[in-house]
Write a protein that binds this ligand. Structure first.
Ligand SMILES: Cc1ncc(COP(=O)(O)O)c(C=O)c1O
Length: 352
């Protein structure tokens, strides 16, 4: 199965490892019940078993893992990481052992469900406490064992993860050309580990989409002293991916890098903490039967809704990145007794 990025630059197809995992293109829908100038890109439907933005990334990441010949994958995320769930599902299918290092976040029913799912799909889970400690252990492990294990940054935000969203922009361009939506003035997406925004921004430039990309920051800007989710970290990943592509296909050098914005004012009390505006967006989107999560999509959708109201003459595309497949039955089958004790505590914690 091909992808629009490879149709535009056929040389890349021979040079970039890729596995078809996602069901693409994802639909575009207008949301007139919420705003006359609002459209949604339904990346919740990237796969019927488990969707969301991580499935796109895994098409390039897992192909790269197989290419590397390394026998094990190590990654990290919060205890409710969607990246961990998606990765554990496909690692199990491809027989790749997965170690997930986990850090704390506010416990919600969605977080508990994701913990159960990762365990159910055989990921080896290691609770490390704080984000700083987890990241430090990840990099130490990479330094010591990186030769025989594939170390994957949180959220799958590597050049391979970024390529997935370059491709996604080409997919959007085909949908605009087919008249499924007008070219948006603004595209809103969440920004956690950076690859979704970095890839979309790069891809829109390459595909000739003139929209302004607006990322909504939902993760801490720094891990200790190290920048992790800032304008510069997104731009760095965008540039690294651009350079990677230029090395494989010199024609890409003809394209300039597109600008983007990063909004900080929807972050609220922190990563994983629900915000008032996010709760308002969750209620609004229920009218369109779209479930938003408090960590990523609620805050982003709030920003998109406000933009619709403040700029009624502008066309806004909200890129929806949260899985919508019902996985409650699968999560219920997790054998909790065999889960590490520290994590069992999070499952037993009462939540509203
Ligand atoms: C549902 C959801 N939306 C958005 C994001 C953010 O994407 P990125 O990590 O590429 O910035 C994530 C993961 O981090 C996610 O799980």
């Amino acid at each position: 199965m091909s992808r629009p990025l490879f149709e535009a630059f056929p040389r890349l197809k021979e040079r970039i490892p890729f596995l078809a995992i996602a069901k693409l293109p994802t639909p575009i829908e207008a949301l007139p019940q919420l705003a006359p100038n609002l459209w949604v890109k339904r990346d919740d439907k990237t796969n019927s078993l488990y969707g969301g933005n991580k499935i796109r990334k895994l098409e390039f990441i897992l192909a790269d893992v197989l290419r590397s010949g390394k026998k094990e994958l190590v990654s990290f995320g919060a205890i409710g990481t969607n990246h961990g769930v998606a990765t554990s599902i496909y690692c199990l299918q491809m027989d790749i052992p997965l170690q997930m290092m986990l850090f704390e976040q506010p416990v919600t029913p969605q977080v508990q469900q994701n913990l159960k799912l990762m365990h159910r799909f055989n990921a080896q889970l290691h609770y490390q406490g704080s984000l700083f400690k987890t990241a430090a252990k990840f990099y130490l492990g990479k330094w010591l064992r990186g030769r025989d294990r594939y170390y994957l940054f949180a959220g799958g935000s590597t050049i391979q993860g970024c390529l997935a969203f370059v491709n996604a922009a080409f997919e959007l361009k085909q949908q605009i050309d087919a008249g499924l939506l007008p070219e948006p003035d603004y595209i809103y997406c969440p920004v956690g580990s950076n690859a979704t925004l970095a890839g979309l921004t790069l891809g829109c430039g390459l595909a000739g989409i003139n929209s302004q990309l607006i990322g909504v920051r939902v993760a801490p800007s720094h891990i200790g002293p190290i920048p992790a989710c800032t304008f510069s970290t997104v731009r760095k990943l965008q540039r690294a991916c651009y350079q990677f592509l230029c090395d494989l296909e010199p024609r890409i050098k003809e394209h300039k890098l597109t600008k983007f914005q990063l909004m900080d004012n929807y972050y609220g009390d922190g990563y994983g903490h629900a915000s008032k505006e996010g709760e308002w967006a969750q209620e609004m989107f229920e009218q369109a039967e779209l479930e938003l999560d408090p960590t990523y999509t609620a805050k982003t959708a709030a920003a998109a809704l406000n933009a619709c109201a403040n700029s009624p003459d502008k066309k806004i595309l909200y890129w929806h990145t949260y899985n919508s497949a019902n996985v409650a039955d699968i999560a219920a089958k997790a054998d909790l007794d065999s889960m590490p004790k520290a994590l069992q505590g999070f499952i037993q914690e009462p939540v509203v």
